[in-house]
Design a protein around this ligand. Structure first.
Ligand SMILES: [Zn+2]
Length: 229
């Protein structure tokens, strides 16, 4: 079972990738994490990536794909894997196809931009102990200071509305065309992100379980063929 998770930054796809990984016992592979791991392990592709990151440059597609290829060849991927954060662009998806990586399902977690902006701009982090809060969903007792240590609650730079908006713009421009790419291949399934994470998780499991079963029409075709033999 080879699955790709798609979704805007802040849509919660990383959380769902982890949930699916735990339920089906297949690894969730986050591109950022495996690049750091390959660099640490000094693999051939890791060394290539290191040369770019040391210059502060983006790691080019062919190196990222090489690292993914190395990772997918490992033992724990035999039963399947989840890709989280890759592909990010149509050319990357095409490269993955060319590499012969068969994808069974692409799960798209769909959340409106306004919801993402509200969610992320409401996050607060304690400057003292790093505890996280949310003005709406998980407020501290007095709304200003940390319940645990009394530290000041701050907004991370990444959560500022203008930063979130610009990341969403990049997503819509570069990554969202993947929906059409995988729709055309008959692999796209969309899960509407719910208010409660547990509800999104349940929908994600249902989508994966129904998506991996043969479609009713396929079963019907098989039955028809058998009948005419
Ligand atoms: Zn604190």
């Amino acid at each position: 079972m080879n699955i790709i998770f798609l979704g805007a930054p802040g849509a919660g796809k990383g959380t769902q990738a982890e949930n699916v990984s735990a339920r089906y016992g297949i690894p969730a592979i986050s591109t950022g994490a495996i690049i750091r791991e390959a660099i640490r392990n000094g693999t051939e592709m890791g060394l290539a990536a290191k040369a770019y990151t040391e210059k502060g440059a983006l790691v080019p597609d062919e190196v990222v794909i090489g690292i993914i290829k190395e990772r997918l060849a490992e033992e724990d991927c035999r039963k399947g894997f989840i890709l989280d954060g890759f592909p990010r662009t149509v050319p990357q998806a095409e490269a993955l196809d060319k590499m012969g990586v068969v994808i069974d399902l692409v799960v798209n977690i769909e959340v409106p931009d306004e919801t993402i902006i509200t969610r992320m701009s409401g996050r607060r982090v304690c400057a003292g102990c790093g505890a996280s809060y949310h003005v709406e969903f998980k407020p501290s007792k007095d709304g200003k200071t940390c319940d645990a240590c009394g530290g000041e609650l701050t907004v991370r730079r990444d959560d500022a509305p203008e930063v979130v908006k610009s990341r969403l713009d990049v997503y819509h421009e570069q990554t969202e065309p993947l929906k059409a790419y995988y729709e055309k291949a008959g692999k796209l399934r969309t899960v509407i992100g719910q208010v409660e994470v547990a509800d999104t998780t349940r929908l994600t499991f249902e989508t994966i379980e129904s998506g991996l079963l043969p479609k009713k029409a396929d079963l019907y075709d098989t039955a028809q063929k058998r009948g005419s033999d």
